[in-house]
Design a protein around this ligand. Structure first.
Ligand SMILES: *Cc1c(COP(=O)(O)O)cnc(C)c1O
Length: 375
């Protein structure tokens, strides 16, 4: 029996051909492929906003904060349940992540908890589209407006998903995607910022190339700036043509990837719904391309189920440990919902190479576990 993986990349011949073309050309850095990937993404999302490709989802978040001048002394509201990347991006900018509680049925940031944590130093809120859903964002934008905060959407789980009938990225303040190896599409590693704020996008374009002013323009013309100025802190966060060539091929497959991921989620929902002891998140499954598939079980049996799956060659995951319990981000206060949530969630395998019979094996293995513990 092969190991059934929790997640994996789906990269094929098209990607190999595209990467080989870049290799044959002999220019691997940031050039025409990145320029075209940005255009392709813009066309896919159907937006007039700017799209800026960068080296990772984490660098997309970090650059967004840093180019908004959010740094030392500033605070950013963030759900405790997220990948540590979101927290690291905030602290890398010099700002303080303010961990907030989450909604127990969706893992989304709880605004009633967040409002209590606002101070005169709060500059932004970074909601996370946990398990790909972002239906709650209307409330976040209202909250942000009332409290004069910028919104940086951590949309790492949500590429290809929709909100208000538009693709994520088409609406909102600053939207950050990740294209790491296991996300809905990959560029090897990589990420992108989407924003309609022209001042911000210009700063991000320069800042991703060490702050070298207008270097993006030169590189998109297959040259570079020799005579330049630098007026801000920059980073080495640009995307390479190798990555962009891979990403462009993945983008062409998004429709088929989306269909497969949606079908897998529907199959779990249909076949696990009658099991006493499993509950699902309350998500808008119609509009999402699920990056992870999360079930909730009693915290007393969660790790036993995980062990049972492992014994049967099935990987599972925990999304996520609460960040406010990590040494570096430890809070004096408790976040009870996030702490319970983290003990109850279990992520089942979902990726575009998970075939139907493997998925039914996962489903049967879960069912057997619940029959075993009944006895
Ligand atoms: C993957 C991920 C990130 C970071 O993206 P990278 O491309 O891996 O840097 C940030 N936030 C969340 C919620 C993620 O899942």
């Amino acid at each position: 029996m092969n190991l059934i993986r929790l997640s994996r990349s789906d990269v094929g011949n098209e990607e190999k051909v595209a990467i080989n073309k870049v290799i044959d050309k002999g220019y691997l850095g940031m050039g025409l492929e990145v320029k075209n990937f940005e255009l392709d993404l813009k066309n896919f999302i159907k937006t007039k906003k700017d799209v800026i490709c960068v080296s990772s989802g984490t660098s997309a978040l970090h650059l967004s904060l840093s180019c908004l001048d959010i740094g030392t002394g500033d605070e950013v509201l963030i759900p405790s349940i997220t990948y540590v990347a979101s927290f690291q991006a905030i602290s890398a900018a010099g700002a303080k992540p303010i961990a907030c509680d989450v909604l127990k049925d969706s893992g989304f940031i709880d605004l009633e908890d967040a409002v209590k944590r606002i101070t005169k130093n709060t500059k932004a809120i970074m909601p996370v589209h946990y398990a790909s859903d972002s239906s709650y964002m209307k409330k976040v934008y209202k909250f942000a407006k009332e409290n004069k905060l910028r919104v940086i959407e951590d949309a790492a789980h949500a590429f290809g998903c929709r909100r208000n009938n538009k693709f994520i990225g088409a609406e909102g303040d600053v939207i950050c995607f990740s294209f790491d190896g296991i996300k809905n599409i990959t560029s090897g590693e990589g990420g992108a910022v989407v924003t309609g704020d022209k001042v911000l996008s210009k700063r991000i374009r320069d800042s991703r190339l060490l702050g070298v002013e207008n270097d993006t323009k030169a590189r998109f013309n297959e040259s570079r700036s020799w005579n330049f100025n630098v007026s801000m802190q920059g980073f080495r966060y640009h995307m390479s043509d190798l990555m962009a060539a891979l990403g462009r091929q993945q983008l062409r497959k998004i429709k088929s990837f989306s269909n497969i991921r949606k079908r897998i989620a529907q199959r779990y929902l249909a076949n696990l719904k009658d099991i006493n002891g499993i509950s699902f998140l309350d998500l808008n499954y119609e509009n999402i391309v699920p990056h992870i598939f999360v079930i909730k079980v009693n915290h007393k049996i969660r790790d036993k189920l995980r062990e049972h799956l492992k014994k049967n060659n099935i990987e599972s995951g925990i999304h996520y440990l609460p960040n406010h319990l990590l040494n570096f981000y430890k809070t004096k206060y408790k976040l009870p919902v996030a702490e319970n949530f983290s003990k109850e969630v279990l992520s089942l395998p979902i990726h575009t190479n998970l075939n139907k019979s493997d998925q039914f094996y996962v489903i049967e293995t879960v069912k057997i576990f619940f029959e075993m513990i009944k006895e």
